[in-house]
Write a protein that binds this ligand. Structure first.
Ligand SMILES: [Fe+2]
Length: 423
């Protein structure tokens, strides 16, 4: 289990008595809920993805990132240790690092030139002793009391995480065995970054957290998946929930396709398309693993998604930018020992995802449709009973919303909303 200490519910919010099968639309547009999430989730007992170890591989490398709305900096110091520091000068609170990436001997604030070492310790204050004997800091000024605020850091398979809380369990316990094993499958090898991009989506961050867990929509909304038989519910696959339910894995085995007319019976229009890709090499792939899994989406609460489709290996990381705005960042990876043809295949397959991706472009707008559809209906609840009402793994079906219920189960626990109100 996650060892989480649930927050006290000292708000006017009550979760519906039906539990995680009902989700009040208010959660997507209420500024007070959004503020509480920053405190209870992002600055609470969660491990948050920061960056890849390879992005800060050399001495003095730094990379800026975010935990919720809080800006942070990951650095690599002379001992080879990675630090995650809040990107906020101890003097007036300005951002210290303004670039996405860099290499520096010291981190110096632009505003008044306060300077910090790579561990975040204050090492220089401009005009500390005044100018020509006048001004300067008081005699009792103690640089040891003014530093960049450090966070707890842990790494796993080349991924860097940080947490604000001393109470957050060790990273591997936070994942649980099933999640850690699957991260190891995809990321437990020397990796290199092939490319990145980001997009703004106009919806609350939790709609994207639901969306990546929603195996029900994947082959209905995403016609490319169905038409070109990349991922369908009539292939073998399943859903694995973490012990604490708030992380998940959804997986598909493409070679097991069994076209038994379920899609045509259910009027899924893309199933009857008889289209061929003009560039069929887009889906050229090699069998990378011996478990038969050709597509997987893994979520780690709160804002991380790890994806492997054919040979496209990617990290999606989404950052709340306000109650109805989210930035979605994509990182595409290959293996250090890939040959040229394999790298080319991974890059071609990356066309499936991203802002203009053949599969995922629809996600860029569908969550906004929910945001727009639910605005003004805070008192109404979403109905989430596909696959039943339980919050359990589903070994042989992905026609379920079990992992969406799992997200809400974890969310209401950490937010202190677990007690039932009116259904
Ligand atoms: Fe989707």
């Amino acid at each position: 289990m996650d060892g989480l200490t649930p927050a006290e519910n000292n708000t006017s919010f009550e979760w519906p008595a039906a539990g995680p099968t009902r989700v009040p639309f208010r959660l997507f547009s209420d500024p007070e809920i959004y503020r509480l999430e920053q405190e209870r989730i992002f600055r609470g007992q969660t491990w948050n993805y920061i960056c890849l170890e390879t992005e800060v591989s050399g001495l003095g490398d730094y990379r800026t990132s975010w935990i919720g709305e809080t800006p942070v900096i990951a650095t690599r110091d002379a001992d080879g240790d990675i630090h995650v520091l809040i990107n906020r000068c101890a003097h007036k609170g300005a951002l210290v690092c303004v670039k996405e990436h860099g290499n520096a001997k010291a981190l110096t604030c632009l505003y008044h030139a306060w300077s910090y070492n790579l561990k975040g310790e204050l090492q220089g204050v401009a005009f500390r002793n005044g100018v020509k004997g006048k001004g300067g800091m008081p005699d009792d000024f103690d640089p040891g009391k003014h530093r960049l605020e450090p966070l707890r850091v842990a790494t796993f398979c080349g991924l860097v995480f940080a947490t604000f809380s001393d109470e957050t369990p060790p990273l591997k316990d936070y994942f649980g065995n099933a999640m850690a094993t699957f991260i190891q499958r995809n990321f437990g090898r020397p990796l290199k970054l092939l490319g990145t991009h980001s997009q703004i989506i106009h919806n609350n961050w939790k709609l994207y957290a639901e969306n990546i867990r929603d195996s029900y929509h994947a082959t209905l909304l995403h016609t490319f998946y169905t038409t070109f038989k990349v991922n369908r519910l009539d292939m073998d696959g399943g859903i694995v929930l973490s012990d604490d339910k708030w992380h998940h894995i959804s997986y598909t085995k493409r070679a097991t396709l069994d076209e038994d007319r379920e899609y045509t019976k259910s009027n899924v229009h893309s199933a009857s398309f008889d289209n061929k890709l003009a560039g069929e090499q887009l889906l050229d792939a090699w069998e990378e693993f011996d478990d038969g899994i050709t597509h997987s989406i893994q979520s780690i609460f709160p804002t991380l998604c790890l994806q492997n489709t054919l040979n496209s290996l990617a990290i999606r990381f989404y950052v709340p930018r306000g109650v109805d705005k989210t930035e979605l960042l994509w990182f595409y990876l290959g293996c250090e020992d890939d040959d040229e043809a394999q790298t080319a295949m991974r890059i071609r397959q990356a066309n499936l995802t991203g802002a203009a991706g053949l599969v995922s472009l629809e996600d860029g707008c569908i969550n906004e449709f929910v945001q727009r559809g639910t605005t003004g209906s805070g008192h109404v609840n979403a109905f989430i009973e596909m696959g039943g009402r339980d919050v359990e793994s589903s070994e042989n079906s992905r026609a379920t919303e079990a992992s969406v219920r799992g997200f809400w189960d974890g969310y209401r626990r950490i937010m202190g909303f677990a007690e039932g109100g009116e259904a």
